[in-house]
Ligand binder design. Sequence first.
Ligand code: KIV
Length: 293
Amino acid sequence: MSTTFQLDTATSRANPTPAPMKRLTVPAIRQRKKDGVTAEPVVMLTAYTARQAQLLDAHCDLLLVGDSLGQVIYGLPSSVPVTLDMMIAHGAAVVRGSYHAAVVVDMPFGTYEQSPEQAFASASRVLKETGCAAIKLEGGEAMAPTVAFLTQRGIPVMGHVGLTPQAVNVLGGYNARGRSEAEAAKIVGDAKALDKAGAFAVVIEGVVEPIAIAITQAVACPTIGIGASAQCDGQVLVTEDMLGMFERVPRFVKIYENIAEVISGAAAKYAEEVRARSFPGEEQTYQPRAPKA
Ligand code: KIV
């Protein structure tokens, strides 16, 4: 097994570790796009827990431990209050639960923007304490020197432009970006700056489609769209959104299952059986062993 981080099946409820396999690397993802063409689109989903990672891993090239976990897992109003310790705890769980996809961990708000040195201190903690392959940070041109600083020091960086949720207090909401010519030009410039600085991929979130297409054609690294365009080099969604865990999701989410209904239905049945004293049944209870003859 060439993967460093392996499931310890003796002490967890994990599935047995599958056949030995090499984990996808950041350079392999970067090289998916050759001369502006990505023959095999990059598949990314968010994951926050070990079990979720186990279920998604075989299907994904990248697992993103997104700071969206603030809203999805912790019920926070935005990703702004998410801390580095939260990201590290969930990042380590996702690395433990996966063996195939490269794991990317989001840098939370306030842990990288001040200076490249602050970013390096935070990001190196993330890499050391989780075993992930790369970090993601939000912001365009202003973050380019930080992206160069990190990549030149051994930390692969995924960029994130367009609708950048950590900037919700500046943007004033989560609406699609780039409806004016000036804003569109700024977003394209942001992506180009990150690409030039050495980002191995760039997430494009919540922009009008022509911007996503223009960026995808303009940058050398793969673009990963969310609310962007099918012409991006890859796609990402928040897993809980595509599983139908929430009643309200952004327009760009396609719901592939209705897990909320499944969970709520199972809880209702369980509650009914507990109240009727029909659970636990014979199969779920232990009886004394017959005395040895
Ligand atoms: O935090 C997150 O989940 C993200 C994705 C939506 C790209 O940044």
